[in-house]
Design a protein around this ligand. Structure first.
Ligand SMILES: Cc1cc2nc3c(=O)[nH]c(=O)nc-3n(C[C@H](O)[C@H](O)[C@H](O)COP(=O)(O)OP(=O)(O)OC[C@H]3O[C@@H](n4cnc5c(N)ncnc54)[C@H](O)[C@@H]3O)c2cc1C
Length: 633
């Protein structure tokens, strides 16, 4: 009989302590007289196919055994600087919280299956007194994620170690309460799904309590094998993740951070900050007002900004729900002074639940459609779109230039440019802006929507595989939008409706600040020659060579009240009208509003087309072999 029986708990996007079924169970087990495990090794792996790990190499001469973690079409980093930092913060926050409970967190880099294999071998070699008794992890959706699960299970089984895959409980409605048995029974229209689970306020399960103590880590933990080493300080971790992204920035010579504007997402990763954010949103009345403000564009509180914490599992949807219920039922006196306290569900809190259900739905679509999430023809299996794809016959220099300007935010459609710059500089842009950007790329420019999804994957702090790819499909017309091709956003009309004074556009596109007329702010190519000269706008691509002159007469009507996008004109199969030469760069690389990752971007070409590896091979998210493809009815 061995004296140490270790449980390895492999953390993924479940980086929290509260409302965590596994930590809850581990606490309960540790209270029993007969303990199945003597020690628990919480393990977090920076997965090499999704996060670039070459910054963890222990000497500068060493070469990473992994291809660069880049996307398939655009060759973008798969995890850009904003999310890398937020992730580092979340991992470190959890490590600190675990240490307070007598546990800890072991950090590694590599492919999950291989890391588990290494640890099993290292433990075996250490002493006969020590054995790994079980490996636990939480299940996720997504082709790569499923492959990881299979690989870990395989290694566990080979070593004769118990393997358990836990349900992912960070969603609004628990999988055990879904009103259908098979993933394929999920309705193809969100509204039908919603109706099948209403009333939403009654739908979530109760949260599970935060553990008050946890079993300790094994006395000796095997170290990360060469050629990598993992840092033992937060600063070391952040710098290892950032190193390759700084050396090859996602855009060469991007625009610099504009003056007098603040990030809408200045938040830190981790369950501590996430839980505080929920409380502050309820206490400030932002949740109560959410329905009226959610289409905003500027500021931290027009929407919840909970997405990044939810994506990494720093918080759960049912924690958000539970705190809302306490507020609505008047059970938490910290919210006593807040409008709506004790008055039941209000329009704002109901709307937050509605959005959280969208998130659930997107995940269930991934479960239903598997690899189709990443296919150009989408859930609808619609092959009719003549997408322009760089590096193919449908591409060419004109398409390359359009893409370059789309990424930089110099298209000449100001709502798009503002959003793209905001995204690049802060890692966030609002839902309203995202819808317009996706529609612009896919429907106005006719460019392969996957390129946009990949860019979002790189740049978003809140990137989530299902929410991102599902929403891109939806807006591109190949996903679960019943209106499909008919839904085209007119970004000029949308700017009039949601940014009537042009404040958002002017905040992020500094060049426009001297303009006053909405018509000119939203369509700078309409500025007269004389004014261009006077305001030094001459030579700017966005003014002189708009990628697309979108029809809309700005009548200064302000918001029309027509919410939700729709047929605002514009063709769904537009011809691009050509891109000019490279934008008038304003220089300076600067990825964050929070003072991190500043400095001039070096033009050493990490942009589109420069990466050597795509999602093919080890990164084949879209490989059809993994999950049975169901027929989309
Ligand atoms: C093209 C495109 C790409 C997107 N990519 C992502 C992504 O990678 N990750 C992500 O979390 N969301 C994504 N969304 C959905 C949505 O834009 C963000 O969830 C939202 O803007 C995040 O800000 P918030 O937390 O303030 O949202 P709120 O408006 O406060 O909404 C509350 C929560 O509901 C969920 N939610 C809201 N809208 C959606 C939606 N349409 N789909 C799924 N969940 C939703 C989010 O978890 C969000 O935090 C995308 C939307 C589009 C149109």
């Amino acid at each position: 009989m061995t004296s140490q029986r270790i449980l390895i708990y492999l953390l993924r996007r479940d980086l929290r302590l509260s409302d965590h079924p596994i930590f809850h169970e581990l606490h309960k087990l540790s209270q029993q007289p007969q303990k199945p495990f003597t020690h628990v090794l919480p393990l977090y792996v920076f997965a090499a196919q999704q996060v670039e790990v070459s910054g963890f190499l222990c000497d500068s001469e060493a070469k990473s055994p992994f291809p660069e973690a880049r996307s398939e079409v655009g060759k973008f980093w798969r995890c850009g600087p904003h999310r890398a930092k937020f992730l580092a913060e979340a991992v470190w926050d959890l490590k600190t919280e675990l240490e307070k409970l007598g546990s800890g967190l072991h950090i590694r880099v590599g492919m999950l299956g291989q890391v588990v294999k290494d640890i099993l071998e290292q433990v075996k070699q250490e002493s006969e007194e020590i054995s790994v008794a079980a490996i636990w992890m939480t299940e996720e959706e997504g082709v790569e994620e499923k492959r990881e699960e299979r690989n870990v299970r395989k290694e566990a089984e080979k070593a004769g170690v118990d393997f358990k895959l836990w349900l992912d409980e960070k969603y609004f409605i628990d999988d055990r309460d879904l009103p259908f048995d098979k993933p394929t029974d999920l309705p193809d229209v969100f509204t039908s799904y919603r109706k099948s689970v209403e009333p939403l306020r009654d739908a979530p399960r109760k949260t599970v309590p935060r553990p008050s103590s946890l079993p300790s880590m094994p006395p000796s933990v095997p170290s990360q094998p060469l050629p990598f080493s993992t840092p033992d300080t937060y600063e070391g971790l952040e710098s290892a993740l950032m190193k390759p992204l700084l050396e090859k920035p996602p855009l060469a010579n991007p625009t610099s951070f504009p003056s007098h504007v603040e990030s809408a997402h200045p938040f830190h990763g981790g369950c501590t900050a996430g839980l505080k954010r929920i409380q502050s949103l309820i206490g400030s009345g932002a949740m109560t007002n959410y329905k009226n403000t959610r289409n905003g564009l500027l500021g931290t509180d027009f929407s919840t900004k909970l997405s990044a914490w939810l994506a990494l599992g720093c918080i759960t949807a049912r924690q958000v729900h539970a705190q809302l219920v306490d507020f609505e039922d008047g059970r938490d006196s910290q919210y006593k002074a807040t409008e709506g306290y004790g008055k039941g569900e209000n329009k704002g809190t109901a709307a937050v639940r509605f959005e959280l259900l969208w998130r659930d739905y997107m995940r269930l679509c991934t479960r239903k459609f598997g690899p189709r999430l990443f296919r150009l023809e989408g859930f609808r299996n619609d092959c009719s779109y003549p997408w322009k794809t760089p590096g193919t016959k449908s591409g060419g220099p004109e398409v390359d230039s359009m893409i370059e300007r789309f990424l930089r935010g110099t298209t000449g459609t100001s709502l798009i440019d503002a959003s793209q710059r905001e995204l690049f500089l802060t890692g966030y842009t609002s839902n309203r802006a995202r819808q317009n950007v996706a529609s612009f790329l896919a429907k106005h420019l006719g460019i392969n929507w996957k390129l946009g999804a990949e860019w979002y994957e790189c740049m978003l702090t809140d990137y989530d595989v299902s929410s991102n790819w599902g929403n891109w499909q939806y807006v591109a017309g190949v996903g679960n939008d019943p209106r499909g091709e008919a839904r085209v956003f007119n970004p000029v009309k949308q700017a009039c409706d949601y940014d009537p004074q042009g404040e958002y556009c002017k905040a992020w596109v500094e060049e426009l600040r001297a303009l006053e007329e909405p018509q000119e702010i939203f369509q700078p190519w309409k500025v007269s020659t004389e004014k261009r000269r006077k305001l030094e706008l001459e030579g700017l691509d966005m003014v002189e060579r708009p990628l697309k002159k979108i029809d809309f007469i700005v009548g200064g009507r302000g918001r029309s009240g027509h919410v939700g996008g729709g047929r605002y004109g514009g063709s769904s199969r537009p011809k691009a009208n050509g891109g000019g030469a490279g934008g008038k760069g304003r220089g300076g690389g600067n990825f964050s509003a929070r003072g991190c990752f500043r400095g001039r971007g070096r033009n050493n070409g990490a942009g589109r087309g420069n990466g050597q590896y795509g999602r093919q091979g080890m990164m084949d998210k879209a490989g059809g072999d993994d999950i049975g493809i169901e027929t989309h009815g």
